[in-house]
Design a protein around this ligand. Structure first.
Ligand SMILES: Cc1cc2nc3c(=O)[nH]c(=O)nc-3n(C[C@H](O)[C@H](O)[C@H](O)COP(=O)(O)OP(=O)(O)OC[C@H]3O[C@@H](n4cnc5c(N)ncnc54)[C@H](O)[C@@H]3O)c2cc1C
Length: 272
């Protein structure tokens, strides 16, 4: 996969620690699938390793990344300016699988914090540009620490999703984690109508989600659940193995085999 220098179109600060970075590249935009990521050289001198960032949105030839400032790399990215060239490799990774889904089923998106980033592009694809948009109930669960940190609710609503929120301090929606919110909804369903879930967030969230599905869904093995990892990563192209995770089929690399995995195939660390 070759590197490209793409033009930075806009950098929009959403909150003190969150910004939207938009680049223009028709080639990247045409190839990109929801759940894939760009491996970004944040600048020429601050960091050696690239930083993986999910494709958050596509508008014609533009791709946007939603970035949470964490450390040196993301801070350096925020200092970049429109008109500059950004060195990226991608789109990388497998992305979400959008196989046919029965009419009348429920599509549930679950976002923990900045895990919302790839799910907006997914919602865009599920509703807007899909050859045959899915029918049935569409619901987006967004988790954050506080009301002010809830991200992207309008983007999901605009695409026909019912939005439900969970905040740790109870300042918006259900008090608690987004998985507790998911548990409430799974418990209230109580039937075996088709359900597919797409989730992104911290790794521990996935195992709590699996426990909830096993406990509350009448036929847990029929729930289609794909989860996207935000794993620490080195090379991004399957060489260094820094991002390996245990699965039922042995170790897999988040960068090349993922970042999207079926929830059923994951193994908790320490149980391999
Ligand atoms: C496939 C994939 C997609 C991602 N998509 C996005 C995205 O769309 N938006 C976004 O903001 N972030 C995303 N991330 C996470 C992002 O890559 C890291 O936040 C980023 O690399 C941090 O770089 P930094 O130099 O700012 O921080 P560093 O200086 O490297 O780290 C600062 C602190 O941040 C935490 N941290 C760093 N990297 C990670 C990580 N990968 N996972 C969890 N915690 C980490 C650690 O606690 C660390 O101490 C994604 C990660 C992966 C693997």
């Amino acid at each position: 996969m070759k590197e490209r220098a793409v033009e930075i179109r806009r950098i929009t600060q959403k909150r003190p620690d969150i910004f939207l970075l938009t680049v223009r590249s028709a080639a990247l935009a045409n190839q990109a699938r929801p759940g894939q990521f760009l491996h970004v050289k944040t600048d020429e001198c601050t960091t050696i390793l690239r930083r993986p960032l999910s494709i958050h949105r596509r508008e014609k030839q533009d791709l946007s990344l939603l970035v949470k400032v964490r450390g040196r790399g993301t801070r350096a990215l925020l200092r970049r300016a429109p008109g500059e060239r950004l060195n990226v490799i991608g789109p990388l990774g497998n992305g979400f699988t959008l196989s046919p889904f029965p009419d009348g089923g429920t599509t549930m998106l679950i976002a923990g914090g900045i895990g919302v980033a790839p799910l907006v592009f997914l919602a865009q694809r599920l509703t807007g540009t899909a050859k045959r948009p899915s029918t049935g109930r569409k619901i987006a669960l967004i988790g954050a620490r506080t009301r002010g940190e809830v991200l992207c609710a309008p983007e999901f609503r605009r695409r026909g999703f019912t939005v439900k929120k969970a905040t740790e301090d109870g300042s918006a929606g259900r008090k608690g984690s987004v998985i507790e919110l998911a548990r409430d909804l799974l418990a209230a369903r109580g039937d075996a109508r088709p359900l597919r879930i797409f989730a992104c967030g911290p790794e521990q969230m996935f195992f709590r989600l699996r426990a909830a599905i096993n406990e509350l869904c009448p036929e847990p093995e029929r729930v289609r659940c794909q989860v996207s990892f935000e794993q620490f990563m080195g090379c991004g192209v399957g060489v260094c193995c820094a991002c390996a995770i245990p699965t039922r089929q042995g170790y897999k690399k988040v960068c090349k085999d993922g970042p999207v995995f079926s929830l059923h195939e994951l193994k908790e660390r320490g149980t391999e």
